[in-house]
Design a protein around this ligand. Sequence first.
Ligand code: A2R
Length: 320
Amino acid sequence: MTDNKSTVLIPGRMHPRALERLTAAFDVVQTQPGSELDLSPETKAKVKGVATINRMPAEWMDQLPNLQVVSNFGVGYDGVDARHAGEKGVLVTNTPDVLNDEVADTTLGLLINTVRRLPLAETYLREKRWENEGPFPLTPLSLKNRHVGLLGLGRIGMEIAKRLEPFKVRISYHTRTKRTDVAYDYAPSLLDLATSVDTLISIIPGTPETHKIINADVLKALGPNGVFINVGRGASVDEPALIEALKTGTIAAAGLDVFYDEPRVPDAMFDLPTLCMLPHVASASVPTRNDMADLVVDNLIGWFRDGSVLTPVPETPVRK
Ligand code: A2R
């Protein structure tokens, strides 16, 4: 009987395992990705839950009069208007912790690829240039003796820091609130951090406060030996300023897994040999994405079973 199943809307794409489990547990309505919620008023009135990949603007919430919960696939939920949800009494959940190790591992890979140019070296080999032209050029940069600054030292940032320790680099960080449980040097501002380190790793959420905070001043402070790595959100970066900084040697290199307007990547970035780019894959392994998919579904199942969820976001209240 489908009668007593709650209706869950999926506005756009969804991970296959989440889709399969959601379809078994709920009456699922899925729309095509787009800017409109293409549903009849009757269907809109039935929707009590939403499962989404970082997309739930206020306008959509306002069209769903009986919406109770939005379960987001991903730890970052900058595409979900959680503040608006909170005002409406709609609960929002995300998928923290289950991706910490994967994202931290990828960050170290991206850092080493950026500093030691390993992707370019592999391309060199595959193009038979090693055989025909001789050894790949020595890399100007090394990870040795670097001073790494973490912008963000939360769940993922801490895992990155722990992985950096065996690499024998010095570690500093900036967050709005100084942590009392770590011995790393604290910088009271992003500019202070960029001034004191030569390697900056951004692992902060996309919020109005973090919008384009990695700007020309920060990159200048990082300096000509500077390396910038972004595994947080592309919206935190002033991309034209970053392109200019790489072109002019204001900083030495950058590695990006995230971009301002994904999946669109500025043309100018493709021409920069000192830029290492990944298509937002930090958490993108089958096991980690399966864990994220399960958390998306388990949050919804818990909510509709007894009003309990595993991972609510801080902006929205948990009602019992
Ligand atoms: O500022 P604090 O003390 O709340 O520290 C958080 C820091 N953070 C900031 N740091 C400087 N300026 C800001 N305006 C600012 N806003 C937040 O970012 C904390 O150290 C860190 C976020 O940690 P968590 O909330 O534990 O997030 P998690 O799981 O590490 O993921 C970070 C982001 C996601 O939001 C996605 O955008 C991406 O990584 O996957």
